[in-house]
Design a protein around this ligand. Structure first.
Ligand code: AMP
Ligand code: ZN
Ligand code: FE
Ligand code: FE
Length: 295
């Protein structure tokens, strides 16, 4: 069966009820707008019992989050990887947070991102849109992993654009006037690094990639599992992913991919993720296969 997906599914499905685990959240350690402690408070309010900050190329937020959150915290990161000239996102869970090779890989990509965002600022300035790296980093912790959303917020703050979407539409989106491509880690190299650090690899939001990447291709990738629940997945596509995982005894995960509280965003905390029995299955899988003991 060939299933094709539009990039960024327009109509988000209704959230699943009875969620107790959200395994995909972004904080100020990368391009999210809220600190790990603020996110922990939001999750506690929604009675979420297990969660993972999956910041881009960083787990700087983990300690603060684990200390603040009343539920179970899972170490995680989201990596941007290159598979056959296409960008994919890989979620790594349960790695040893002290693993030197993993840490230095993340540090390398944090530096790459910093330089890329600097280049995008230069492009904007060249077009008469004055925005500096200092503007972009304002209000962020010093260790933040920079991304395009940081520039979008700076452009809004300076009055250059009215909205986040306008910033991407006009300047920052793929191929737009200030866009600079991001250097990505090779997919197979990423799998090796994740495995060597005692983590497991989950393909993030399989419904969000380019049209030409049919599920036929994605399901053959040698990842440990798939992210089934995501605000940009239709309910039927989540079901396809779950059925595939159940048939092949692979774990499936889910989460909100929360970044901020912008209006009209489906990525809200408490509405996306795993139900209790699903989380218990994933928890057992992580405990059996990861260096990090979730307990
Ligand atoms: P980066 O990692 O710097 O390439 O930035 C990617 C992030 O930018 C994604 O995680 C989204 O949150 C956001 N993003 C990417 N494309 C768009 C878009 N067209 N409109 C709004 N946000 C976007
Ligand atoms: Zn992001
Ligand atoms: Fe992603
Ligand atoms: Fe994400």
């Amino acid at each position: 069966m060939t299933i094709m997906f539009p990039k960024m599914t327009a109509s988000a499905p209704a959230p699943v009820s009875g969620i107790i685990a959200d395994l995909h959240i972004h904080s100020t350690a990368s391009d999210g707008e809220y600190s790990p402690a603020r996110i922990a408070a939001m999750l506690d309010k929604e009675h979420i019992q297990a969660a993972a900050l999956a910041d881009h190329d960083s787990f700087e937020g983990f300690q603060e989050f684990r200390n603040a959150f009343h539920g179970v915290s899972v170490p995680a990161v989201e990596l941007s990887v290159e598979y056959e000239h296409t960008g994919l996102h890989l979620l790594a869970y349960g790695f040893d947070p002290e693993n030197k090779a993993f840490i230095s890989c993340l540090e390398h990509f944090q530096k790459v991102r910093y330089e890329r965002i600097g280049k995008m600022c230069e492009r904007l300035c060249g077009m008469g849109v004055a925005v500096t790296l200092e503007d972009v980093k304002k209000n962020c912790p010093p260790s933040t992993t920079l991304g395009r959303p940081h520039i979008a917020r700076a452009l809004i703050a300076a009055g250059h654009v009215k909205s986040f979407n306008a910033a991407f539409e006009k300047y920052l989106g793929d191929g737009k006037s200030a866009y600079v491509p991001k250097a990505r880690l090779d997919f197979y190299e990423a799998l090796d690094i994740i495995r060597a650090s005692g983590g497991v690899s989950i393909l993030a939001h399989p419904g969000l990639y380019h049209r030409e990447l049919a599920f036929d291709v994605l399901k053959k990738l040698p990842v440990d599992g798939f992210e089934a629940y995501h605000p940009n997945h239709s309910r039927s596509f989540s079901r396809v992913l779950i059925d595939h995982c159940l048939r092949h005894e692979l774990p499936y995960t889910g989460g909100s991919d929360f970044h901020d509280l912008r209006r009209n965003k489906a990525n809200v905390i408490g509405k996306w993720g795993l139900t209790s029995p699903e989380w218990e299955t994933v928890r057992s899988y992580f405990n059996a296969n990861c260096a990090y003991r979730i307990g």
